[in-house]
Design a protein around this ligand. Structure first.
Ligand SMILES: Cc1cc2nc3c(=O)[nH]c(=O)nc-3n(C[C@H](O)[C@H](O)[C@H](O)COP(=O)(O)OP(=O)(O)OC[C@H]3O[C@@H](n4cnc5c(N)ncnc54)[C@H](O)[C@@H]3O)c2cc1C
Length: 328
């Protein structure tokens, strides 16, 4: 049976996250290039509350999986329900974000569906009649180009913030299908999610990241960056180098880099971060990089679009003052 393009979507704390809209945009792009239909599998404790989000995004059909257990991410439930739904199809393309849960689910689905797996996809094009998926490899030193073999199923994990999300168009609302959900008790469940203090928005989903490193000298000085983030408002969050995390100044959730998270925000501001290769791996695909460092030879300036050679304790408050002035 020939397959479709499927986006796997869920809700978090009852919210429909922005990354879902990006998944729909990526799914639509692949559907248009492949001539397949775009279908969504939507898992939630209350999926009906979010149906308006699907209108005007090129989705043909939304399968609604509703159950209280689906209000929290559970690998087995989402994995098994997805495989049961689409496992008989030959060449389906499954799209999901390459964030923490998405990477875990992507591997489960690729194994269960016998599909290829493209992780961390940052670009999609057509070459020689094939859809080509681009992803950074070897710490971002090369860009790999991958294509599915003819007739093969594929799981595509896209790096959040790598694809534009167009405004909804006039294509209207998709058909909805309520699915019967029967879930066996999972072998492991998430009992509680503790949000890190001081970072409401996850770095992988932020449009603007103000990141701090050893140059901040102590954890309390991150309040400088928090003030700037508060002035910027929605879509901004605080990130950190591993050094700042290892020192206990920030939670590991905020760490950017090889052993932290890979981010692609519109704007990344590195404050007192030297630019070690393990840090650059996590942020060099940001659209615009600003570095503030008192050492003009710091490696971070090699990847920065704009560099400020100066003391963060003078530069960051000056930026905050200017922002307050222009906001009035
Ligand atoms: C296997 C492995 C994995 C790793 N994974 C990661 C990772 O995921 N993420 C990560 O970040 N690192 C990672 N590291 C660590 C990495 O190698 C660096 O040690 C780390 O990134 C350095 O953090 P930093 O830039 O904050 O500190 P430093 O390298 O000490 O740099 C501090 C910078 O602040 C500047 N500075 C100091 N005072 C001021 C001031 N007042 N105003 C302006 N600038 C100032 C200095 O000039 C300097 O450039 C990893 C290392 C290994 C071996």
């Amino acid at each position: 049976m020939s397959g479709n393009v499927y986006t796997i979507l869920d809700t978090r704390d009852g919210e429909f996250p922005q990354v879902n809209l990006e998944a729909l945009a990526v799914g639509r792009l692949i559907a248009e290039k492949s001539g397949k239909d775009l279908i969504s599998l939507f898992f939630s404790d209350n999926p009906s509350a979010h149906l308006d989000k699907f209108a005007g995004r090129g989705v043909k059909k939304v399968h609604l999986f509703a159950s209280p257990e689906l209000g929290k991410f559970n690998l087995e439930h989402l994995g098994k329900l997805t495989i049961n739904k689409i496992g008989q199809e030959n060449d389906s393309i499954v799209v999901l974000p390459a964030n923490i849960h998405g990477k875990e689910l992507g591997g489960y689905l690729a194994a269960g569906l016998g599909a290829g797996y493209v992780t961390d996809c940052t670009g999609i094009s057509e070459e020689g009649g094939k859809i080509v998926y681009k992803r950074p490899a070897y710490s971002g030193k090369v860009i790999q180009k991958l294509a599915a073999s003819a007739g093969a199923a594929l799981v595509v994990g896209f790096r959040p913030n790598s694809f534009p999300v167009p405004e909804a168009d006039a294509t209207g609302a998709p058909e909805t299908v309520a699915e019967t959900v029967s879930t066996e008790p999972a072998k492991a469940v998430i009992v509680e999610v503790k949000k890190p203090e001081g970072a409401a928005l996850d770095v992988t989903e932020a449009k603007i990241i103000i990141s701090g490193g050893r140059g901040l000298q102590e954890g309390a000085n991150f309040s400088l960056l928090e003030e700037l983030v508060a002035l910027i408002g929605q879509g901004a969050t605080v990130g950190a180098s591993r050094m700042a995390v290892d020192a206990g100044w920030r939670d590991h959730q905020a760490q950017v880099g090889q052993t932290g998270k890979v981010v692609s925000p519109e704007l990344y501001v590195a404050c007192g971060i030297s630019g070690a290769i393990q840090h650059l791996v996590g942020m060099s695909s940001s659209k615009c990089i600003v570095a503030i460092n008192k050492d003009p030879e710091a490696n971070i300036f090699k990847v920065a679009d704009f560099g400020i050679v100066g003391d963060i304790f003078q530069v960051v408050p000056a930026i905050c003052e200017e922002m307050k002035r222009v906001k009035v």
